[in-house]
Design a protein around this ligand. Structure first.
Ligand SMILES: *[C@@H]1O[C@H](CO)[C@@H](O)[C@H](O)[C@H]1NC(C)=O
Ligand SMILES: *[C@@H]1O[C@H](CO)[C@@H](O)[C@H](O)[C@H]1NC(C)=O
Ligand SMILES: *[C@@H]1O[C@H](CO)[C@@H](O)[C@H](O)[C@H]1NC(C)=O
Ligand SMILES: *[C@@H]1O[C@H](CO)[C@@H](O)[C@H](O)[C@H]1NC(C)=O
Ligand SMILES: [Ca+2]
Length: 747
């Protein structure tokens, strides 16, 4: 990138002359413009970005970043059939290319039809190195009416497929199935849908297209039936074949196949239109529309996604030795991301994300420098380095996967809100024999239910669940309640998978302006309790009643303390809790200052009346010590390096926990204990649950529960095996006696 002005910025006089000559030629006769083709190559993390490569005189080469601008990127992206460019990147961000550096000092106005029409040193004239290869990020949207032209002739080595759109066109009898998994493949080129000639077609091509449509695999189909159908259809074949290796995440990464010789009568030689049949993941098994689909859970996965706003997105976590951990983003690419997506029953990857873009995990970093061939059945079969030294959770890898078109948001809508992300929830339901939009009863309506709505609509996480929506403007568009008694566990893909009353509606308050509402958000906080801190700070204290008056008033002692003499002692199990916000937005109490409660005894405001539960259970799951509900004054006690504290309790300050900060309740503050005065010696399970009523939305609730084994000999107490919910494999968790995970998953 660094160069002296004299040698680089100003082309020598003969070069200038040459450039002028080439330009004037080009203007005089458009056919004299050097013929080039473009492609996006290299280590991509989205299919619509990459190293810009130019094909000329039978050779692929790159473009130097000197003088490159967003205008040049726009010309290149449009030439590739994308609507526009979003950005460009210098210094071989997508890796160094090979061969010639075809263009240097490219200077475009932005409206040129081809990169070849922009000013430059001239094709092949460059003194750059491949470390200066330029990359572009195009918009995901394709240009309507884009024509895939090839002016390079038949010599199309390694050209990629750039068409306007692709689709699977279901036959009439299959059209009612959701999702569509089988049909003729068509590409849109020059504004027209065209079939592909089946000569040279391979299952690898089918695999890529199934992946784009959200399906992990492809299978055979009844060829004879389709042959008969094809005979009767009018055909309009595309002029090219497709040559995928099977590991591409998108058709635009596949090479172009042979040109197709179309006969005068419009048939392709020895061929018929390409048909594919995709195999959906279990969660997306087809049903005839409006059928009942059960929520589905993976049996014993080795890989899972966490912290994603919508289905098919999340931080990648892998199981090793019974312990869940994360993946470092070094070398994280579309191939690895696609292996994860297919393994989990989705299609290929839409995006491979780096830098903990979907939140930071906890526990170990299990994999680093992952390298997949693209055909592995599981990410755990890819090559990787188990040494993750230098990889912190701020480098956690994540994915966004293609999922099938389920028409989820055609059965649910929001109305009346102040913006498109909020509103009264309306569902399509069968009433008196016809489908009508109706409201949802707000009895039992809470964050879990709102989460399912936001996810189903692709709007992210729930920010708020409203039980009253009367203060929104506008008359409700659907007055009648058509759904009541909704209770979701949080894993459902759609609201109708949640428990509800079905036909037997029961909603005393009615719908209208009291109907259920939601507001959705792209980013949510994620509170996680530091299990080690609990383990390390536990001890017993015998404290006289006269020093516990405040605690008694705040119900922090068990019932046997009532009426106890002021000189008697209570035995307290004390510990510190450290609550981190690992999510992507700040945690704030649901209610504003005006409704906080002043606690005279402790002289501060509580912003959430129930923020944590502390309990002690026997090994068979019976509650032993009366735990209590603790409310807190939320603040940033400490933050990670480089993050500013925002929340402070003192003086009626703003309460909350900033992303990257944590709130510490030291073992020596009042009520930070369980009263174990009446507990007999033995083995127990100690449990802490934070945000237990899901009052505030989080991107992950599974890590809100923490359990420890606990041994009490009558004098001393030992706390061990402390761990966060969801951090162990289900088998390991089962060997840990007692109740547990279910505690959180239902109220
Ligand atoms: C597909 O590409 C490979 C190499 O990239 C080549 O060997 C093969 O002949 C191509 N097949 C077709 C049908 O173009
Ligand atoms: C199209 O023409 C070819 C030869 O030109 C012939 O073999 C083929 O049967 C014709 N197909 C149809 C559908 O007419
Ligand atoms: C369905 O029909 C019944 C009786 O005809 C009527 O009372 C009720 O309001 C109707 N419900 C809806 C949602 O139209
Ligand atoms: C559970 O264990 C406790 C003692 O730890 C015992 O008193 C209780 O009866 C047991 N309950 C069941 C259902 O086994
Ligand atoms: Ca959480």
């Amino acid at each position: 990138m660094l160069h002296t002005l004299s040698s680089r910025r100003l082309p020598s006089a003969p070069l200038l002359l040459l450039a002028w000559w080439a330009l004037s030629l080009a203007q005089a006769d458009p056919n004299a413009t050097p013929t080039i083709q473009l492609r996006l190559a290299g280590d991509k993390r989205k299919h619509y970005e990459g190293r810009l490569e130019v094909y000329h005189s039978g050779e692929w080469g790159t473009v130097c970043d000197d003088d490159f601008t967003i205008y040049a990127a726009r010309v290149a992206c449009r030439e590739l059939g994308y609507l526009d460019a979003e950005a460009w990147t210098p210094s071989a961000k997508y890796g160094q290319g090979q061969g010639r550096i075809w263009m240097d000092n490219v200077n475009c106005q932005g409206n040129e039809k081809s990169l070849a029409l922009c000013n430059s040193n001239g094709l092949g004239v460059s003194d750059c190195k491949h470390s200066e290869d330029v990359g572009v990020v195009c918009t995901q949207k394709r240009m309507p009416g884009f024509k895939f032209v090839s002016n390079v002739g038949n010599n199309l080595e390694d050209m990629t497929v750039q068409v306007e759109d692709v689709r699977i066109r279901a036959t009439y009898s299959q059209r009612k199935r959701v999702p569509v998994t089988e049909g003729f493949v068509e590409v849109k080129d020059g504004g027209k849908w065209r079939q592909i000639c089946s000569q040279d077609w391979t299952p690898l091509n089918s695999r890529v297209i199934c992946g784009m449509y959200g399906f992990p695999g492809e299978k055979g189909y009844n060829a004879r039936g389709y042959k008969l159908l094809a005979k009767r259809r009018k055909k309009n074949y595309w002029g090219f074949g497709v040559n995928c290796t099977g590991t591409e995440a998108d058709l635009s990464d596949c090479k172009l196949g042979r040109q197709v010789e179309l006969k005068g009568n419009g048939t392709c030689e020895q061929g018929m239109p390409v048909v594919i049949s995709c195999v959906p993941g279990r969660a997306f098994a087809p049903t005839v529309s409006a059928g009942f689909r059960k929520a589905y859970r993976v049996e014993q996965p080795l890989v899972r996604l966490r912290g994603g706003a919508v289905i098919g997105e999340g931080r990648v976590e892998v199981l090793k030795n019974g312990l869940w951990g994360t993946v470092c983003d070094d070398n994280w690419d579309m191939k690895a991301a696609t292996v994860v997506c297919r393994e989990l029953g989705f299609g290929s990857a839409k995006e491979a994300l780096t830098g903990a873009r979907l939140g930071q995990g906890i526990g170990p970093v299990h994999m680093n420098e992952v390298q997949c061939s693209g055909f592995e059945k599981s990410l755990t079969e890819c090559a990787f380095n188990s040494e993750a030294t230098g990889c912190g959770h701020e480098e956690d890898a994540a994915v966004k996967c293609n999922i099938p078109a389920m028409g989820f948001n055609s059965r649910l809508r929001l109305s009346g809100g102040r913006n498109p992300y909020e509103g009264r929830v309306e569902v399509l339901a069968e009433r008196n024999g016809s489908l009508t939009w109706g409201a949802v009863c707000s009895d039992s309506w809470g964050t879990m239910e709102a989460m399912v709505v936001c996810r189903q609509l692709g709007l992210g996480f729930a920010d708020n669940a409203f039980q009253e929506t009367w203060y929104w403007q506008g008359e409700p568009s659907a007055e009648a309640v058509v759904m009541s008694g909704v209770r979701c566990s949080g894993t459902e893909l759609t609201l109708d998978q949640c428990l509800h009353h079905g036909k037997h509606l029961n909603c005393p308050k009615g719908g209208g302006r009291f109907a259920a509402g939601v507001s959705c958000t792209q980013a949510a906080p994620d509170l996680v309790l530091n299990a080690q801190a609990v383990e390390q700070t536990t001890y017993l204290e015998d404290r006289p009643m006269y020093a516990l008056q405040c605690a008694q008033e705040e119900h922090c002692l068990s019932s046997s303390a009532t009426g106890a003499s002021s000189t008697s002692y209570r035995r307290l199990l004390r510990f510190s809790s450290q609550i981190h916000n690992n999510g992507r937005s700040d945690f704030r109490p649901r209610s504003g200052h005006q409704s906080w409660i002043w606690h005279e005894c402790h002289r501060h405001y509580h912003s959430m009346e129930v923020f944590t539960h502390y309990d002690l259970f026997s090994l068979n799951g019976t509650k032993i010590a009366e735990g209590h509900k603790a409310s807190f004054c939320l603040e940033d006690s400490h933050c990670e390096e480089g993050i500013q504290k925002k929340f402070e309790c003192a003086n009626f300050g703003a309460q909350g926990i900033t992303t990257g900060c944590w709130d510490t309740y030291r073992h020596d503050i009042d009520c930070q204990w369980i009263d174990v005065t009446d507990v007999k010696p033995g083995d127990y399970i100690f449990q802490v649950v934070i945000n237990p009523n899901f009052e505030v939305a989080e991107s992950d609730y599974s890590n809100n529960i923490m359990k420890c084994r606990c041994r009490y000999d009558g004098n001393r107490i030992w706390m061990y095996n402390c761990h966060i919910g969801g951090s162990l494999s289900s088998e390991t968790e089962e060997t840990f006696p007692g109740l547990l995970t279910n505690q959180l998953s239902h109220r």
